[in-house]
Write a protein that binds this ligand. Structure first.
Ligand SMILES: Nc1ncnc2c1ncn2[C@@H]1O[C@H](COP(=O)(O)OP(=O)(O)OP(=O)(O)O)[C@@H](O)[C@H]1O
Ligand SMILES: O=C(O)[C@H](O)CO
Length: 506
């Protein structure tokens, strides 16, 4: 198998492990006939036809279908708020297993066109609120949560109107607010976010199954944490609004809510009736890819599941890492060039400030690798692209194009570059199967990409400066280097894989 085929199969198995059905089946089991119990990640909850289900997010429909199959007759009623058009597009994509069966006990409400709260999403949130409020101490509420959940569960605190909240969210996003900042504001202005749903469901037992699309898997930020204690206060919200220059232009209703919210909570709230469990994440997907890579004969290492920051810096980090690996294969890793590359890497990592990454330790582990086996480096997260051009592309395709260009430049700059002595493939893909507004999930690249494209009359650099990576990859070798998976029904951010082996071994 070629490195490309290996990379593709690693990506597929990483995504496969966080697809709704396998994920739910791993996390939840119904056991015992006489007095049945719901076993969720080792915890047991007695069930006696007392189960209710709510959900909100882009991947929740498939999660609900899998959950209904597991829960059977114990499920009394459910409501899920999912993106507009999702049932039709899953149907068209032939993904029947992600759809609810006819006569399902779960009601589906579609809304939040373009990932923005709208009256339909408001209706969904209202129905979910009503269901939660009516529960008793004998009931168990299963809450399914995935990315996109914030827009699908809007419940502005009166007198704030939906349009006012939507406008504020849009302004924050367009001024570059990070998801942590955006959701800190959303939580403060919502009845259901920031633990609100869990509080309403009391005294029922609440079990939340969460598919994380946020770096570090913070429970109170994913979908704005409707069942998690908030770690933010009104002061934090005001700070975000001040940072993005919005304090002076707030609607009256928002000012009213902010001024009447307690600055500190009088008594710490009791969440002992709640159990929040992350059942799918980038880390889980990477762990599976690592296992698969080892099975394919690679020495596999995970760099980080939190790769974030400017896409140019991230591309440079991957290029330097690939250079270092090739130097290692050439037996030059310990020499002056190896030291220089290590220095570059440490500087890039310091600039990027990737949460939890100890690059020095990672480089030590790399130094310990022998030259016997091919190497696979895996990573995940979400980079930031500042759009300057008017082309069509996505984070992952742009990252692959940037890495391709970087490797080409490195090869050109060094006489007898060690890059030439290795076979190298880099892959970056979005686990949801859609990279930006394109039909691809991502792309592959190698150091040969720029020269080969040039022979076809394609100037990689020109495409990049117009953020036109999709057009580039669609034309180049007739789209052979595009990663096309179709919608996957899940989303744990993006995944990168670097696969390297010395040429004489291939
Ligand atoms: N022409 C382009 N080139 C590069 N990146 C682009 C381009 N157009 C949009 N993007 C990037 O695509 C992203 C939006 O696409 P997408 O809908 O896949 O976002 P997402 O953050 O992955 O959403 P989700 O969290 O739901 O998966 C943004 O990060 C944006 O900067
Ligand atoms: O819904 C949201 O808030 C984002 O997708 C992050 O989880």
């Amino acid at each position: 198998m070629s490195l490309r085929e290996h990379a593709l199969s690693l990506f597929r198995s990483a995504v496969g492990t966080v697809r709704p059905a396998p994920m739910l089946k791993r996390a939840v089991k119904l056991q015992g006939d006489g007095c049945p119990q719901l076993i969720v990640k080792g915890r047991a909850f007695p069930v006696k036809r007392n189960l209710y289900l709510v959900g909100f997010g882009k991947a929740v429909l498939g999660m609900a279908a899998a959950a209904e199959e597991i829960l059977g007759d114990h499920l009394i009623r459910g409501i899920v708020s999912v993106p507009l058009g999702i049932q039709e597009s899953l149907q068209r994509a032939g993904m029947q297993e992600m759809l609810l069966k006819p006569h399902s006990r779960i009601q589906v409400i579609e809304g939040a066109k373009n990932n923005l709260p709208d009256p339909e999403a408001l209706r969904g949130a209202g129905a979910i609120q009503e269901l939660a409020q009516g529960l008793t101490a004998d009931d168990l509420l299963l809450v399914l949560i995935s990315g996109g959940g914030s827009a699908l569960l809007p419940a502005p605190i009166p007198p704030i109107l939906l349009e006012e909240k939507e406008k504020l969210t849009k302004m924050l996003a367009s001024r570059g607010a990070a998801i942590q900042e955006l959701n800190t504001v959303r939580k403060t202005l919502s009845l259901l976010k920031g633990g609100g749903l869990a509080r309403l469901a009391y005294p029922a037992q609440v079990v939340s199954l969460i598919l994380s699309d946020v770096i570090g898997d913070p429970l109170d930020i994913i979908a704005s944490g409707p069942t998690a204690a908030s770690s933010h206060s009104v002061q934090d919200c005001l700070q975000v609004l001040a940072k993005y220059n919005l304090l002076q232009s707030l609607p009256k209703s928002v000012e009213t809510v902010l001024s009447s919210s307690p600055t500190t909570r009088a008594t710490p709230e009791d969440y002992s009736h709640v159990c929040n469990i992350i059942i799918g994440s980038n880390t889980l997907a990477l762990d599976e890819a690592k296992r698969q890579a080892e099975g394919l004969g690679y020495v596999a290492l995970i760099l980080s599941a939190a790769v974030c920051g400017d896409i140019g810096h991230v591309a440079a980090l991957y290029c330097q890492l690939i250079r270092l690996l090739c130097l290692g294969f050439a037996g030059l890793g310990e020499g002056p060039l190896g030291n220089e590359v290590r220095g570059n890497l440490l500087q890039l990592a310091a600039e990027l400030d990737i949460p939890g990454l100890n690059l020095a330790e990672f480089l030590q582990a790399l130094q310990g690798l022998g030259p016997e086996k091919p190497v696979c480096i895996l990573a995940g997260g979400e980079t930031t692209v500042r759009l300057r051009g008017s082309g069509k592309g996505g984070r992952n395709q742009e990252l692959a194009l940037r890495v391709g260009l970087g490797l080409h430049r490195a090869q050109g700059a060094e006489a007898s570059s060690p890059l030439g002595r290795c076979e190298i493939i880099f892959l970056s893909g979005g686990t949801d199967g859609q990279d930006g507004p394109t039909g691809a999930a991502g792309a592959f690249c190698s150091p040969e990409l720029v020269d080969e494209a040039f022979q076809e009359g394609l100037d990689a650099e020109a495409f990049l400066s117009n953020n036109d990576s999709y057009t580039f990859f669609s034309h180049f070798q007739r789209g052979r280097h595009l990663l096309v998976t179709g919608l996957t029904g899940t989303n744990v951010m993006d995944i990168q894989a670097v696969l390297i082996r010395p040429r004489d071994r291939s």
